[in-house]
Ligand binder design. Structure first.
Ligand SMILES: NC(=O)c1ccc[n+]([C@@H]2O[C@H](COP(=O)([O-])OP(=O)(O)OC[C@H]3O[C@@H](n4cnc5c(N)ncnc54)[C@H](O)[C@@H]3O)[C@@H](O)[C@H]2O)c1
Length: 395
């Protein structure tokens, strides 16, 4: 493949949509990827109007079926290299399957899909067809998440005993969906969101952060899924006590009814030698607490080995990932860009017929997406039985 920018097609993103915006900025971040096409809305006429109004020229399609079908006949330089799926959860499975079958790589929003039946099919198909598949768990893209993963998985905190991984919001503390607010409306509807509201929407981020940083899996859950806002069908408060694959314990918790909390995602990891703390609302630093020592705060871009905690040599690929010096803040958009940059590398290898390594170390892959859905289904089951310990299914 030439070094032309990768061509990305959007599924969803028209008319007041939210998450397409950071994504499309992140796609253009390096000049090596660009959005060239979009099926932006379910109604074909509106989809075309929205594409015509896009801030830069893109080819509009009336539906994702049309966009995927048209790809076959396009000249090589214009073909889509990957699609980005930024629709509500009930419109993830179908475009993802169709794109993979048409030989187009897929970067899909979380949660992966609606249920385990769909998730099984997505995993099976991406393996059978050997197509790169990324899932947009944004927060893995912070450099500090990568650094935390290195610290924990190289054993610097000792054995992990306890993890508190959380995502707390307050925007659904009232019945916002009754006002017709777009993002609230589908998130509280089981047909469009899936079996969990708060858990599926943001509990899956907390789970992914735990799994990514520690490398551990949840083996059993005792779940309390609660609904505080009257008349709402799905949970808006999600508290899950977990057993971890190394014998440790964790709390994975999320809420959308805690007024004042905005996007309060964070993680505390307590090991036998020390504790790590990180919050995405202050994403440029992590705190390490060691017994009988002042706490150490490490800032992205200003980390050096051999300081009495970190080893002399730090991994070269990790240290090369920051894009700007310390003190010029990286944040949400940079995290998205780092995910797309990592996904691009795999798509380029795939296109060149080389082996690509979608192993979850740089972005969440389809198996991670599967685990998120399996977690939700297990929590629903446990919560129905008043928090009874329930095992996660095997892949
Ligand atoms: N990674 C993150 O940090 C993050 C943050 C927010 C949302 N999300 C996820 O992103 C997805 C979208 O969420 P959102 O808040 O942007 O939703 P949204 O309602 O703002 O946007 C959804 C878009 O999909 C379009 N759409 C719906 N059905 C379609 C169809 N059949 N064909 C084409 N377009 C269609 C809508 O018209 C709209 O443009 C969800 O899965 C959500 O969980 C992820």
């Amino acid at each position: 493949m030439s070094n032309r920018p990768l061509n990305v097609g959007l599924v969803g993103g028209g008319k007041g949509a939210f998450i397409v915006n950071p994504h499309q900025k992140a796609i253009h971040f390096d000049g090596t990827r660009r959005v060239v096409a979009g099926a932006l809305f379910p109604d074909p006429k509106i989809a075309m109007e929205e594409a015509a109004k896009w801030p830069y020229p893109i080819k509009g399609y009336g539906s994702y079926d049309d966009m995927i079908a048209a790809n076959k006949t396009l000249p090589e330089a214009e073909k889509l290299d990957y699609i980005l799926i930024v629709t509500p959860n009930f419109v993830h499975f179908d475009p993802a399957m169709k794109a993979m079958k048409a030989g187009i790589a897929v970067f899909c929003e979380k949660p992966l899909c609606l249920n385990l039946t769909e998730a099984n099919e997505l995993v099976k198909t991406s393996h059978a067809l050997n197509v790169p598949f990324g899932v947009a768990h944004t927060y893995l893209g912070h450099w500090t998440s990568r650094f935390s993963r290195y610290i924990v998985q190289s054993g610097l905190l000792g054995d992990v005993r306890w993890v508190d991984s959380y995502y707390i919001q307050g925007w659904l503390a009232t019945k916002l969906e009754a006002t017709g607010q777009q993002q609230a409306s589908w998130r509280v509807d089981p047909k469009r969101a899936g079996g969990s509201g708060c858990g599926g929407d943001i509990g899956t981020h907390a789970l992914m952060q735990l799994r990514y940083v520690t490398g551990l899996n949840v083996t059993e859950v005792s779940a309390q899924m609660e609904t505080f806002v009257e008349g709402r069908q799905l949970d808006d408060h999600f508290t899950i006590y977990c057993k971890l694959s190394n014998g440790g314990k964790a709390l994975v918790r999320a809420s959308q009814i805690c007024i004042g909390h905005k996007n309060d995602l964070g993680i505390t990891i307590a090991g036998t030698k020390g504790t790590l703390r990180w919050r995405q609302e202050e994403p440029e630093c992590i705190t390490i607490c060691l017994p009988n020592q002042p706490d150490r705060v490490y800032w992205r871009g200003a980390v050096a080995g051999g300081d009495g905690f970190l080893p002399q040599e730090l991994p070269a690929d990790l240290m090369a990932e920051p894009t700007i010096p310390a003190g010029h803040p990286e944040a949400f958009h940079d995290a998205f860009a780092r995910l797309h940059r990592s996904f691009e590398a795999d798509v380029r290898k795939w296109k060149a017929g080389e082996k690509f390594n979608s192993d979850g170390s740089k972005y969440a892959n389809v198996e991670d997406g599967w685990t998120g859905i399996a977690f939700i289904e297990t929590c629903v089951e446990s919560s129905k039985h008043h928090g009874a310990w329930t095992a996660m299914p095997k892949k």
